[in-house]
Design a protein. Structure first.
Length: 239
């Protein structure tokens, strides 16, 4: 992860060569852009403890943003982001736990992916570091829709009672984002805008059916989706 952070900073600060240090570029009225990057799952969201009811079993994932900003003045920008995140799910730890607890049995499992959709509205504040390089502390808030992955751990072709099954359902909640964005202009219209943000939210997923050792319960699942996000992005400024 540290290599990716250093690479983003490198390209954001010295990658653009089309502007001289003395050249001033108009801010413009607004911008639109695309960003693709990595989401590092953290907290309970990445936990794989079967005894933790809030465990998300999420591996590191990917994110895709369509974003825009309206310049309110020289410092403040109104921002909006449509974000799609997907996370593969860790099932290997569960399989290993069951195999350790049941010597002689050969458990296997299957799982799906977490999927999350955000619409975030917020503000960013411009801090100039040089005529062509700025960073933007930013915050965003908005609705979040997510689907938890279906998971199954069992012994094939066996009557053994040890198993774990969780159904896949969809719920909604409140999402957020907090972090910084960098901006380095590539001429009059294009800008590099890598971001370094924490994002997540609390959602309520109703009627998730969980079976543990053939005992089935149906509960509302309220996971706390949390991730640290890195993304390279390119934006186009309109005048």
């Amino acid at each position: 992860m540290m290599k990716q952070i250093l690479l983003l900073l490198f390209w954001a600060t010295i990658g653009p060569v089309s502007l001289s240090a003395q050249e001033e570029v108009e801010t413009g009225k607004f911008y639109l852009g695309l960003s693709y990057g990595t989401s590092y799952s953290i907290g309970n969201f990445s936990d794989t403890d079967i005894n933790n009811p809030d465990a998300g079993f999420a591996k590191n994932g990917k994110k895709l943003d369509i974003y825009g900003g309206r310049f309110l003045n020289d410092r403040v920008t109104l921002t909006g982001t449509l974000r799609y995140q997907t996370y593969e799910t860790e099932v290997e730890d569960l399989i290993e736990t069951y195999n350790e607890e049941n010597p002689g049995d050969n458990f296997s499992g299957s799982t799906e992916d977490w999927k999350a959709y955000y619409f975030l509205v917020g503000v960013a504040y411009k801090v100039n570091l040089s005529p062509r390089f700025s960073f933007f502390p930013r915050v965003g808030l908005g609705p979040l829709i997510a689907s938890n992955p279906g998971m199954t751990v069992f012994v094939p072709n066996s009557s053994v009672s040890k198993n774990f099954i969780r159904s896949s359902e969809t719920g909604a909640g409140l999402g957020y984002e907090l972090g910084i964005g960098l901006r380095s202009d590539l001429g009059r219209h294009f800008s590099l805008m890598p971001t370094f943000t924490f994002s997540g939210g609390v959602i309520r997923i109703p009627d998730v059916i969980t079976t543990t050792d053939n005992v089935t319960v149906s509960n509302d699942f309220e996971p706390r989706i949390q991730s640290f996000n890195l993304g390279l992005s390119l934006a186009y400024r309109f005048y």
